[in-house]
Design a protein around this ligand. Structure first.
Ligand SMILES: [Zn+2]
Length: 198
């Protein structure tokens, strides 16, 4: 398995004796607390983890993950300033500016009114940029979109390594190494014990 795949997996691997992150030395995951104790070969652990991740992708779990991901996404969105408030402010600015512009055309304005018109123009430009930005970021990530993505990963995971990386990244929270076993914790909260006897 290639280096990029390990790049995604390795930071999720911990040693069971101290729950510190295992380090990679050559072909092995090594305990960080006991001097250089080799825990398991990467060539043994990595394919086991990938197989578990693939098996975890049942239709039921795909639906569950899709729900979790889209809910997380919706929560993040709520934290942002709303598009509606920017749009409302823009309308107010434009109305005030129009009134001033009408007076400017009549040649009937004070200097402070001219300055105010310029201020409003500036704010209008800023608001338009913010609105554009907000629209770009507010793309909805629906459950069905996440499900489609997961099914795409499922179909291609054995033939294209980049799907294997994204599967590991999406599903696996951590892997804790014990003597002849490993405990996999999935991002959904489930755990699974696997034998890793070499
Ligand atoms: Zn250890």
């Amino acid at each position: 398995m290639n280096r990029n795949y390990n790049y995604v997996l390795a930071p999720k691997v911990f040693c069971g004796c101290s729950h510190s992150r295992a380090v990679i030395e050559g072909d092995h995951y090594v305990c960080p607390s006991q001097d250089g104790v080799k825990k398991i070969r990467r060539g043994v652990l990595d394919p086991i983890i990938l197989e578990c991740a693939i098996e975890f992708l049942t239709l039921e779990n795909i639906a569950k993950i899709a729900k979790i991901v889209s809910q997380e996404y919706a929560k993040e969105k709520q934290g942002r300033l709303s598009l509606a408030s920017f749009e409302a402010r823009l309308q107010t600015c434009m109305r005030e500016k129009e009134k001033l512009m009408a007076r400017i055309e009549d040649g009937n304005v004070s200097e402070s009114e001219l300055a105010r018109a310029l201020e409003l123009k500036k704010e209008e430009i800023q608001l338009q940029a913010l609105i554009e930005q907000e629209k770009k970021e507010s793309i909805v990530l629906s459950e069905s979109m996440v499900m489609d993505r997961l099914k795409e990963v499922q179909e291609n995971v054995r033939t294209d390594p980049k799907y294997a990386w994204s599967l590991i990244d999406l599903l696996i929270d951590s892997i804790t190494l014990y003597e002849d076993s490993a405990l996999i914790r999935f991002n959904t909260g489930e755990t699974q014990k696997v034998n890793t006897f070499d």
